[in-house]
Design a protein around this ligand. Structure first.
Ligand code: F0G
Length: 451
């Protein structure tokens, strides 16, 4: 099953096209919806041609000891389930994936649940989950002979794209909303050599400008409307299933911005079940920031059947998105798996982020919505104490150091935002103190901290 046997199937009208037939904006020519990669034949294969679950599990684990570059990637290690290239030699890899699954003991105790884990996608080469998708889609760009790639981004996609383009010897164009992305991410795009344009608009505005550009110039679009991105981003589902010895956790909790990641993970688990590698899938819940919650609104208004864009506002800049491209796919994942979609406030995000920091892990603000959302799900009795939960942490804590410093200095939240949560915030705040340069002065300071 190594052949490149994929087709693209429209998520809206079901039309099927071959990969190279896709339009430059990756929208269906019939209905305008997005495509999904489909592997024709997987379902029909019988006898020796049918993928053998036991053999695949063995092979994927063996590859972890291999010295081949492709095997050392946590994405291409699973290449039998993403046969999107004619030649795997075209894969552009930075050893992405194979990220840690940490147990969160203190947080689990606080919530009264037995098994709580964090799958830390911030431990990828450019510090976010975007690397797993970028290795897949940028490899397709290289195989198809593109010289330029481009994306609109809230920061992490641009960092990942710029790095992978540099490795592949391609040029890259980044469109970001001026003043609304974290410095760590902007610095990455510059350092990896992208042409970086800050536009006087928001993320949604950057997307519409770029959609016009790719219609006029031979530039390969690497936003998550590109269905190959999702093929890479589904592989953490395989890693999670493998880590649970091919059973799966009861719940997977994912932040929601442009809503590609939740869609991709849902696809990953669905394919594992279709191929007989797992018996069931986790409930996948999507958490948004209160000020950028179009999917939450759609669920409360019409069970996620129609989405009205909103003007997005949140300090978790990665998910400051009002008109998410993949909302239909994500809504289906939430419905099909029996998960939930809810939103959390700025104070809830800040507190959850500090709690993840206090576990010795840290993450960027957008990732912390997962823990803030889990607290609500527990309070509503939607997660039982005996159930296992995985939080998907999407970005590294150093991506947005300003946010963290402002929280600990007490300058992040307004009074209105922290109203009623002063104690929670106070218990987590750890400002750096200025002390005289003597042992005595430092030891005196320790007394204030119970030392
Ligand atoms: N977490 C982080 C750290 C992100 O960077 C993003 C999206 C998300 C969560 C949401 O994932 O969009 O698939 O629902 N960042 C994009 C970017 C939009 O341009 O970097 P999603």
């Amino acid at each position: 099953m190594n052949d490149n046997l994929h087709t693209l199937r429209c998520f809206g009208c079901g039309a099927r096209i071959s990969g190279p037939e896709a339009r430059s904006d990756f929208r269906c020519a019939q209905c305008g919806d997005l495509f999904e990669v489909e592997y024709t034949g997987w379902g029909q294969r019988q006898g020796p041609d049918r993928p053998n679950p036991g053999a695949l599990k063995w092979l994927w684990r063996e590859r972890r000891c291999s010295s081949e570059a492709l095997d050392q990637s946590g994405v291409w290690r699973f290449r039998e389930l993403l046969p999107i290239l004619d030649n795997f030699g075209n894969a552009v890899s930075l050893h992405e994936g194979n990220t840690p699954l940490y147990k969160l003991r203190n947080t689990a105790r606080m919530l009264g649940i037995d098994q709580l884990f964090a799958k830390h996608q911030g431990m990828n080469p450019t510090g976010s989950f975007k690397d797993t998708g970028m290795t897949a889609a940028l490899s397709v760009a290289r195989e198809r002979g593109f010289k330029w790639v481009a994306c609109a981004s809230t920061g992490n996609t641009s960092a990942a794209m710029a790095a992978y383009a540099a490795r592949a010897g391609l040029r890259s164009l980044v469109l970001i909303p001026e003043g609304k992305i974290a410095w760590g991410k902007l610095s990455q795009a510059m350092d990896y050599g992208a042409v970086t344009c800050q536009l006087k608009t928001d993320f949604d505005g950057c997307v519409s400008v770029l959609t016009q550009i790719v219609k006029e110039a031979p530039i390969y679009l690497l936003n998550s409307v590109n269905p190959y991105r999702l093929e890479g981003q589904k592989t953490p589902a395989f890693e999670i299933a493998e880590a649970f010895d091919w059973t799966v956790p009861d719940h997977l909790i994912v932040p929601g911005g442009n809503l590609a990641n939740s869609s991709a993970l849902g696809k990953g688990f669905r394919e594992l079940r279709e191929l007989g590698l797992v018996a069931r899938v986790p409930k996948i819940s999507v958490i948004q920031a209160e000020g950028a919650n179009p999917l939450v609104r759609a669920f409360s208004e019409n069970n996620g059947e129609e989405l009205r864009p909103v003007e997005a506002q949140t300090r978790a800049t990665a998910i400051r998105i009002g008109n998410p491209a993949s909302w239909r796919k994500a809504a289906k994942v939430v419905r099909d798996t029996g998960g939930w979609c809810l939103d959390v406030s700025e104070a809830e995000i800040a507190i959850a982020k500090a709690e993840i920091g206090a576990e010795g892990l840290g993450c960027e603000p957008a990732s912390a919505v997962t823990l803030a959302g889990l607290k609500k799900l527990c309070a509503q009795g939607k997660v039982a104490p005996s159930e296992s939960v995985v939080l998907l942490l999407t970005g590294h804590t150093l991506k947005d150091a300003d946010y963290t410093i402002n929280f600990h200095r007490g300058t992040l939240l307004t009074e209105a935002e922290s109203l009623g949560r002063e104690e929670g915030v106070g218990a987590l705040k750890r400002d750096a103190v200025v002390v005289g340069a003597t042992p005595h002065a430092v030891l005196e300071t320790l007394k204030g901290f119970g030392g």
